[in-house]
Design a protein around this ligand. Structure first.
Ligand code: GLC
Length: 714
């Protein structure tokens, strides 16, 4: 004991004398480093370095008045430059006296978000734009999602990013949710499993993952402060459940709190959820950060268990200092947050002293992006085997999205990628012959519209209004081509929900008119029409679903969009995606239709549908959807044999043999649902009729090939 005490004393003395101070962090435990930190060090560490240019809101009485304008952070760089990784979302405070480095945090779920170019630097810093989250979920392939996470984490490490601000795993509660494209599913089990897989992938590179937004960020309207009123059961079973799975199975380095309130308490100050549930019940041992510029006061956020305040403001710094001074915040709480952060920093590439080379493997990641995109596309409808196109070479390609394809959403998830392949280019590179008159028209229509618009940026993407194509042009196209393909595209982004308007939830007049006229003209000549849905969620399909012969949901498929669409349409890849959410016959059929905020800016949203979200609602209320959760067609057929269903040898396993009994290669996903009508229910509690409890995907099976799937049940 004496020897150990002496060793610690020598270590601390060495550090104190400054001989080893700069190496203290590298050589000492977080606890030992904490012992050397001043109060100012501690508060600097828990408040991000941005330190807003203006002290806002105005300082409370007794608070110091801060200077305006850029402030120097600990490394001498002006705040908001995010140090040497320009365009990153934020960073932590370096404490050079103790060798505590600043670490870099960057978005996002579809790829690393940093600036692609830097002043006075001839190098470029492009990142891969992977497919969006709903497409990843639609693959139902946790290994593939793990691979995407690993690739994104690898690019983060290459560019010096220590913590990735992803995945987003909030429940898709309503099709108008502005960030649905960034989330996985309406089902907590699928969302949690996908989140855990992505986290493990990211962290396999030593880069931290951040699961977000904890919890109940299911709408963007008044996101900064809207109060979500939800029952404890729905909170547990639906909204917390994905985070429980992701935290316990993915073990993320960080959790990001949501902006909103839950049952009256703003999330960064919600001690019950942050400490009693997240840490005490689930055993989360990483650190919790706020979302950027979240509401709430710094001292209450720390007290609740929100360890880091991002991107950091002097207001929060002063609130914490003042609270410690007057004793309303225990120093032990602050120390706990500091320890949580120090432990995390130690496990980051910068904390571990790893160098980065700014040379990510963009080529292999582009190949992966294309492969994943083909695996997540969902074939909703395919009458008379319209698809694959095979010998239909001449294509009449309609819709702005065919020529200016949306590859991702707007906001913090937007990636600065080097290129994108539009559907038109993808089809041409696959050998299809596009109708030249339509190509010229749409190309000009889009460039004319964009000519006087500002260039796209993080928050804004110019969306060209759809043009009504003349009857004459449509008839000409029908005569000159083998097939019509129409892309319906929708953009979405954080900070705003979508709206029940023409051109958003509903088709625009031009879109509807084109669809009617094109299907009529092509069907007149016995030629098929294919619709592609280029969006992260869905649009109203009520009165047009019956018109086309085939419908393929391509989501926001990332930078390799066109190649992936061509791979599926041509039959090179057999679509194996399945819907991660329900598509209703009409908007009013959704359980949240009436409560969702829509356009007004409510202070409160009531989750009156309780546990009946998504398919749980449709089954419970016996409402027939247009396309059900888990729906997805294939170009081949499969036979399923149940070998074992949770028998005494293994009560948590379902074993099935999947045989490809068709004539084309294809992969199959087996889904298993609990039938709650059969469960013992002595308390007569109301349950959702069915709940997803397991799933598994085969490899690509050749015709006649069988694979035995072992599906672990939750
Ligand atoms: C944004 C988003 C969050 C993102 C963060 C940093 O407002 O809500 O998802 O990670 O700020 O960009």
């Amino acid at each position: 004991m004496l020897r150990r005490f002496t060793l610690v004393l020598v270590t601390v003395l060495t550090a104190l004398t400054g001989m080893g101070a700069r190496t203290a962090f590298a050589k000492m435990t977080p606890e030992e480093v904490l012992a050397l930190m001043t109060l100012e060090d501690k508060v600097n560490l828990v408040v991000g370095t941005l330190r807003d240019y203006v002290y806002w809101p105005e300082p409370a009485p007794g608070m110091p008045v801060r200077s305006q304008g850029p402030v120097e952070d600990s490394r001498g760089a002006t705040a908001f430059t995010s140090g040497d990784v320009e365009g990153a979302a934020g960073e932590t405070y370096a404490i050079e006296r103790l060798g505590i480095p600043s670490i870099v945090l960057a978005d996002g779920p579809a790829g690393v978000r940093i600036d692609a170019t830097r002043a006075d630097d001839e190098m470029t810093y492009y990142c891969t734009a992977f497919p969006n989250a709903t497409l990843l979920a639609a693959t139902w392939d946790t290994d593939m999602v793990n691979n995407v996470g690993a690739a994104v984490g690898s690019e983060a490490q290459s560019y010096g990013v220590d913590i990735l601000l992803a995945p987003g795993i909030n429940i898709i509660r309503n099709p108008l949710g502005g960030r649905n494209f960034e989330y996985y599913s309406e089902d907590p089990f699928l969302a949690g499993k996908m989140g855990a897989s992505f986290i493990r992938g990211v962290q396999s590179n030593g880069v931290g993952a951040t699961v977000k937004h904890f919890v109940a960020n299911n709408q963007e309207t008044t996101r900064n402060g809207i109060d979500v009123v939800v029952s404890q059961r729905a909170l547990r079973d639906i909204y917390l459940e994905p985070f429980r799975i992701a935290v316990t199975e993915g073990k993320p380095m960080a959790v990001m709190t949501a902006y909103n309130k839950v049952n009256g308490t703003v999330m960064p100050e919600n001690r019950f959820l942050l400490t009693e549930i997240l840490r005490d019940e689930w055993g989360f041992d990483g650190f919790v950060m706020t979302d950027w510029w979240a509401e709430g006061s710094g001292d209450k956020q720390i007290a609740a268990g929100n360890d880091m305040l991002m991107p950091g403001t002097w207001r929060q710094y002063d609130e914490i200092m003042k609270a410690i001074e007057v004793g309303s915040l225990d120093i032990e709480k602050l120390d706990q947050s500091v320890l949580n952060i120090l432990r995390a920093i130690k496990n980051t590439p910068t904390g571990a002293g790893r160098r980065h080379d700014n040379k990510p493997d963009l080529e292999s990641h582009a190949t992966l992006a294309r492969q994943v995109a083909t695996q997540g596309m969902v074939l909703l409808k395919n009458n008379d085997k319209t698809l694959p196109l095979e010998n239909r070479q001449k294509v009449a390609l309609f819709g702005n999205g065919s020529y200016d394809t949306f590859i991702g959403g707007t906001g913090s998830s937007k990636v600065n990628n080097k290129y994108k392949v539009n559907i038109a280019e993808g089809l041409e590179s696959a050998g299809k012959i596009l109708d030249p008159s339509l190509s010229q028209f749409y190309t000009k229509h889009i460039s004319d519209y964009k000519a006087d618009k500002p260039a796209d940026d993080m928050w804004n993407t110019a969306v060209t209004p759809e043009a009504a194509i003349s009857q004459e042009e449509i008839i000409r196209a029908a005569n000159n081509n083998d097939v019509a393909i129409i892309t319906i595209a929708r953009m979405a982004g954080e900070s705003a929900d979508r709206t029940l308007t023409e051109g958003d939830w509903f088709l625009s007049d031009a879109e509807r008119q084109n669809l009617v006229n094109i299907t009529s003209a092509f069907h007149e000549l016995g030629k098929p029409v294919v619709v592609l849905l280029n969006m992260g969620s869905i649009v109203d399909m009520t009165d047009w679903n019956d018109l086309p012969d085939a419908i393929l949901h391509i989501w926001l498929p990332g930078q390799e969009a066109g190649h992936a669409v061509a791979d599926v349409l041509s039959g090179k890849v057999n679509p194996s995606g399945r819907l991660p959410f329900t598509i209703a016959r009409r908007y009013q059929d959704y359980g949240s239709a009436n409560e969702f905020p829509h356009s007004e800016n409510p202070a409160t949203v009531y989750y009156t549908d309780d546990i009946f979200v998504g398919y749980r609602h449709f089954y419970h209320n016996k409402i027939a959807p247009l396309y059900k959760f888990g729906h997805g067609l294939s170009y081949t057929v499969f036979h399923i044999s149940i070998i074992r269903d949770r028998d005494e040898t293994d009560p948590d396993m379902i074993v099935v043999d999947v045989t490809n009994t068709g004539d084309r290669n294809g992969a199959f996903t087996f889904l298993s649902f609990e039938d709650n009508e059969l469960r013992d229910n002595p308390t007569k509690q109301v349950y959702a009729p069915y709940e997803l409890i397991g799933f598994g995907k085969t490899k690509v099976l050749s015709p006649g090939e069988t694979q035995r799937l072992r599906v672990k049940i939750r």
